[in-house]
Ligand binder design. Sequence first.
Ligand code: NAD
Ligand code: TYD
Length: 353
Amino acid sequence: MSGTRTILITGGAGFIGSHVVRRFVTKYPQHRIINLDALTYAGNLENLRDVEHAPNYTFVKADIRDAEALKKIFAEHRPDGVIHLAAESHVDRSISDPMAFVTTNVIGTVTLLNAAREAWSGAFAGKRFYHVSTDEVYGSLHDGGFFTEETAYDPQSPYSASKAASDHFVRAYGNTYRLPFVLSNCSNNYGSHHFPEKLIPLMINNIRLRKPLPVYGKGENVRDWLWVEDHAAAIDVIFHQGADGGTYNIGGHNEWRNIDLVHLLCRIMDRKLGRSEGESAQLITYVTDRAGHDLRYAIDASKIERELGWRPSITFEEGLERTVDWYLANQAWLDHVTSGAYQQYYAAHYKAQ
Ligand code: NAD
Ligand code: TYD
């Protein structure tokens, strides 16, 4: 697919969405990029300061659960492509407030599917609905092995159950109404502009402030980490070249036990902050485990590598260095997003620790 397109990106003010918006706005000046975001606690237009005045960029504040608003946006901007990232994305929040995940991730996605289907009204040539999902829909690995595109869904948290349901609806709309779609399931991302409720930015923030580093359980859970800009690059290639109705797993070939990762971050930050070796690691505090904590996620990304030629562009060590550098150079961003409501969330979630 090439030529001029109008692409509606949902959740573009969030962590991954802001990287996708930046990439598309700068790399494709011929495409019109509409960023639709409700600006929840996780959405932040500061993430897009560098592109907000680009002539091919428009921001629209709207909620994907609002059918009337979506109808108007589709009528006004006439997108021929949708890249859907808007979601509630934090597992811990899904444990304390599952309904928010049902309404945004499930009902919101179906509302968006309806808007696309009605606006495109069967004239599907050149249209594409790209649903961005997670490897967490596959559940938890216990005995080695990897998630492939054929792995059966087995979601274990309210977050992953809501994402799994949304994936099923996207495929059902493809099957029932012939809505042209593509879908990807990615492993854990890290990088700049990541809200510090997730492991890596939370640890970076706490290390800089010399606050306790809360490691759940024994820190033995394993995640497969991918640099967010490599995820944005994968989304780009899948959006433009992925097969209709296709699913692609995206991962970093990069498994880390949480405790090893936290130690690595401590070492990097001791060096960058001029602290003595081992100083930050003394902040590590083992806390009550997450309920139903998935043990291990690991992606087999051979399909996207083979079919679309994508692979991670940098090593984890290099990506983490760049990430830590960004947070240390943007401490005002961290201070801003961790003021106000973040303090209440933090106090409530880590209260027992
Ligand atoms: P995020 O929480 O940082 O951002 C989500 C964005 O969606 C925010 O800008 C928020 O304002 C917006 N949003 C939330 N509810 C909305 C609603 N009802 N209407 C409109 N906008 C709404 O999330 P993220 O980490 O950038 O994840 C983006 C997508 O990628 C999600 O669908 C997530 O499931 C998926 N994903 C994330 C990861 C990861 O490691 N973070 C990995 C794989 C897949
Ligand atoms: P997180 O970044 O929330 O991503 P996900 O749960 O979607 O994989 O957590 C990554 C891992 O880090 C996960 O095993 C839970 C763990 N974790 C902690 O040990 N302490 C923390 O404070 C947080 C937020 C996560």
